[in-house]
Design a protein around this ligand. Structure first.
Ligand code: NAD
Length: 480
């Protein structure tokens, strides 16, 4: 294993360190200072990585058991590396060290889940006349592109099913968090055959070079809706398959029978975990008008009390916002809300310390039509909006462009489930938020929140094409 000083500093192409001639800065968001340099891959690296992946595909697709064994070995290596990897993730992403450990441990679970999952061959006809099977074939090379909020976990939602199905991959992390993903390539150089997983890094144009490259047959992208649309357009020319996991503006709808004091803590963490930088975080709360003040105050108490600070300190629950543009965006959205009549019951401003720290903010008085309610903030600020009529709230929520996740909060679970079924989004949870992101459950955004599915067997199928093989019956096939 490499020493921590160099873990995550080199690209992996064809199973080897790929020397770089150019580098870009990586900033620690807890200090606002550059702390590392990552390799800035060029077009020639994209060519080399794609070619290596295409060459590796020939043998990697052939043997199912080899792939199962490799995924388990990847999980073991990842677990063994957590002590070195977690500080790298924290340094570049800003999440508390305990959460970096959790992210890496969770990623290993994804590898094990897919190692155990079968790629089915379905016999759809077996009689005297014909034997007909439907099989799933891997697509070839997958170009995978990830964001900066959960670099390791979200990469694993792609790596595990894509490799399990027999594809090979070229993976590119966000330029804000390149190191932990580069480290994955490094720790698996001895575990995977050369070329099966290539990891390259660089500023945003690298992503566009990947999506327009002729070799990949699929693009698996997680990031903003704006970039996702560009990816879809780039893929169209070559009819590459796409899976797009995009933005959300996820509502929590509190029914009038819910007890604000009882739900506040779960609701708070549904919104503020990872500093609100989760695609499926609660982005807005709707609560009946007569309960609004009580809920706002309960959330504000939590926001004021939560320990925000150095992500390496064991007491810290929330670190900094990941990067300067995102910090500026959160600041702008809060300023805009306050200028248009919202009131900060907690927070409302940046913290006076180096780095990108923003006080956890609870806003009351913001309405639909304001930026903070209508747009995805992706940061530590939560608007609480009062309502009088539940049907109208459901209609308002469904009218928006996003449809990732939602939650419904109530003392009556059946009633909440009935409301859930009326919401146009990929996952709805009752009396919790975001808790259905698990290896075996489908994760798929409706409308502008995405195209395609990750996780579960559906996520595996997304890395395959169907093939029918129909042949005349033989004595052996019909008696099997
Ligand atoms: P982003 O769209 O700015 O960047 C995502 C990735 O795309 C990065 O690796 C970036 O370098 C790359 N990229 C940029 N331009 C590209 C181009 N033209 N072609 C190809 N790749 C390009 O997103 P971000 O700011 O890193 O992430 C935050 C967003 O991601 C939020 O909107 C969040 O909701 C979303 N997200 C969605 C999910 C999900 O599963 N639905 C999960 C996490 C984050």
């Amino acid at each position: 294993m490499k020493s921590q000083a160099v873990l995550g500093r080199s690209a992996t192409i064809n199973g080897e360190l790929s020397p770089a001639t150019a580098f870009f800065d990586v900033v620690n968001p807890a200090t606002g200072k550059v702390f590392a340099q990552a390799p800035a891959c060029e077009r020639e690296h994209v060519d080399q990585a794609m070619t290596a992946a295409r060459d590796a595909f020939r043998t990697w697709q052939a043997d199912d058991d080899t792939r199962r064994v490799a995924l388990r070995a990847m999980a073991d290596t990842l677990d063994a590396a957590v002590g070195e990897l977690a500080p790298v993730l924290t340094a570049e992403q800003g999440k508390p060290l305990t959460e970096a450990h959790w992210e890496i441990g969770g990623a290993a679970q994804w590898l094990r889940y897919y190692a155990d999952l079968d790629l089915p061959r379905e016999v759809v006809q077996d009689d005297d006349s014909e034997f007909v099977e439907v099989i799933r074939r891997p697509l070839g090379v997958v170009a995978a592109i990830t964001p900066w909020n959960y670099p390791i976990m979200l990469a694993m939602w792609k790596i595990a099913p894509a490799l399990r199905a027999g594809n090979t991959m070229v993976l590119k992390p966000s330029p804000f968090t390149p190191l932990s993903t580069l480290a994955l390539g490094e720790i698996w150089r001895e575990v995977l055959p050369p070329g099966v997983l290539n990891v390259i890094a660089g500023p945003d144009p690298l992503g566009a070079w990947m999506t327009t490259h002729p070799i990949p047959r699929k693009i698996s992208f997680t990031g903003s809706t704006a970039t996702g649309k560009r990816v879809a357009a780039a893929a169209a020319d070559d009819l590459k398959r796409v899976t797009l996991e995009l933005g959300g503006n996820d509502p929590a709808i509190v029914l009038p029978d819910a007890d604000p004091a009882q739900i506040a803590e779960k609701l708070f963490w549904g919104a503020f975990a990872n500093n609100g930088q989760i695609c499926m975080a609660v982005k807005r709360v709707y609560v009946s008008e007569n309960q609004r003040d009580e809920l706002v105050e309960a959330l504000a108490v939590l926001a004021r009390d939560v320990v925000v600070g150095d992500p390496l300190s064991p007491d810290t629950r929330l670190g900094p916002v990941n990067n300067r543009p995102q910090f500026d965006r959160v600041s702008d959205l809060v300023a805009d809300a306050l200028a248009h009549g919202a009131v900060a019951a907690a927070g409302g401003e940046a913290l006076d310390r180096p780095g990108y720290f923003y006080a956890p903010t609870i806003l009351s008085g913001a309405q639909d039509g304001s930026r903070i309610v209508d747009e995805e903030q992706f940061g530590p600020v939560l608007p609480v909006v009062g309502y009088r009529d539940l049907d109208e709230v459901i209609e308002r929520v469904n009218r928006g462009n996003y449809g990732l996740t939602a939650s419904v909060w109530s003392a009556d679970v059946e009633r909440a489930a009935a409301v859930s079924a009326r919401l146009d989004c990929g996952q709805v949870t009752v009396n919790s938020h975001g808790s259905a992101a698990r290896p075996h459950l489908p994760f798929s955004g409706h409308k502008w929140s995405g195209v395609g599915v990750e996780n579960g067997p559906w996520g595996l199928y997304g890395f395959t094409d169907l093939q029918v093989i129909a042949r005349p019956a033989t004595a052996s096939s019909s008696s099997e």
